[in-house]
Design a protein around this ligand. Structure first.
Ligand SMILES: [Zn+2]
Length: 270
């Protein structure tokens, strides 16, 4: 049993490595990290944390908006390098919060404050693909076991630690992954966008918007979505490098779906 789980984890890590190699990103691949959570544990922990999050946060009541985001998530999940988890996206109605985050096991959340800054569907898909990247590369298992220890996580799973799930959930909203994790999630996102039929250049246009937003805010608090990430300038430079690998002509033929985004998202947000 234990052996088969390890074997599966290895195969999944290998799948992410092959995926990134296909994207030409193999030279930036970090050494495979140790993840102490099995997929089953990750999914169960994610479910408990999602309950905590959804009790606290204002889940957007517009079902059409939620369905639009869900459908994009489904298309991205179909081409993701890891497919043994169910990627589920939910919109949180908080127009002043510029954030998005993922839980272990595939629950992911997007704040309307972040969605307001986007101009088209491809940019939204880019952020979603980045969050999928964290889950696909199993960053949570690595990070959470390092932060809390495997034993505490197992106690949470057994229901032996009342209150701990709420505590972990609140940290996950602004979780600090390593810079290497962030670079890997960006590399996966670029390739995912391409595979799902979007122009991966949307990652770049979105990051440039985030940079402008940062500059506009000046010395105030960092945007939560950027706080745990490598400097925006550095991310933009790396994304540019990734983009050079995709044929420009084919990229130009892909529309970013700005009209659809306006109708389905921007016109529905206050
Ligand atoms: Zn990230």
């Amino acid at each position: 049993m234990r052996k088969s789980l390890c074997a599966r984890t290895f195969i999944q890590l290998a799948a992410v490595a092959v995926f990134l190699a296909a994207a030409g990103g193999c030279e930036t691949l970090p050494a495979p990290s140790i993840n102490l959570l099995s997929t089953q544990q990750e999914v169960q922990l994610g479910r408990e944390l999602a309950e905590e999050i959804e009790q606290k946060e204002a889940i957007h009541e517009d079902e059409q908006l939620q369905a639009y985001v869900r459908d994009i998530g489904r298309d991205l999940a179909r081409v993701a390098p890891r497919r043994d988890v169910d990627y589920q996206f939910t919109v949180i109605d908080e127009p002043d919060t510029v954030n998005a985050f993922a839980l272990p096991g595939g629950h992911m959340y997007l704040y309307t404050g972040l969605m307001k800054l986007m101009e088209n569907e491809a940019e939204l898909a880019g952020v979603m693909a980045h969050e999928i990247g964290h889950v696909a590369a199993r960053h949570h298992g690595e990070r959470l076991t390092r932060m809390y220890g495997y034993n505490l996580l197992v106690s949470v799973l057994l229901g032996d630690e009342p209150g701990a799930a709420a505590n972990i959930a609140s940290h996950l909203v602004e979780m600090n992954f390593s810079r290497e994790n962030e670079r890997e999630a960006d590399a996966i996102a670029v390739e995912l966008l391409w595979r799902a039929g979007y122009d991966p250049g949307a990652m770049l246009t979105f990051m440039e918007k985030m940079q402008e937003e940062e500059q506009r805010r000046g010395t105030g608090p960092t945007l939560p979505f950027l706080s745990s990430h490598p400097p925006t300038q550095e991310r933009i430079a790396l994304i540019r490098q990734h983009l050079a690998r995709y044929p420009a002509e084919e990229r130009a033929e892909r529309t970013p779906d700005a009209d659809e985004y306006r109708e389905q998202v921007l016109n529905r947000l206050p």
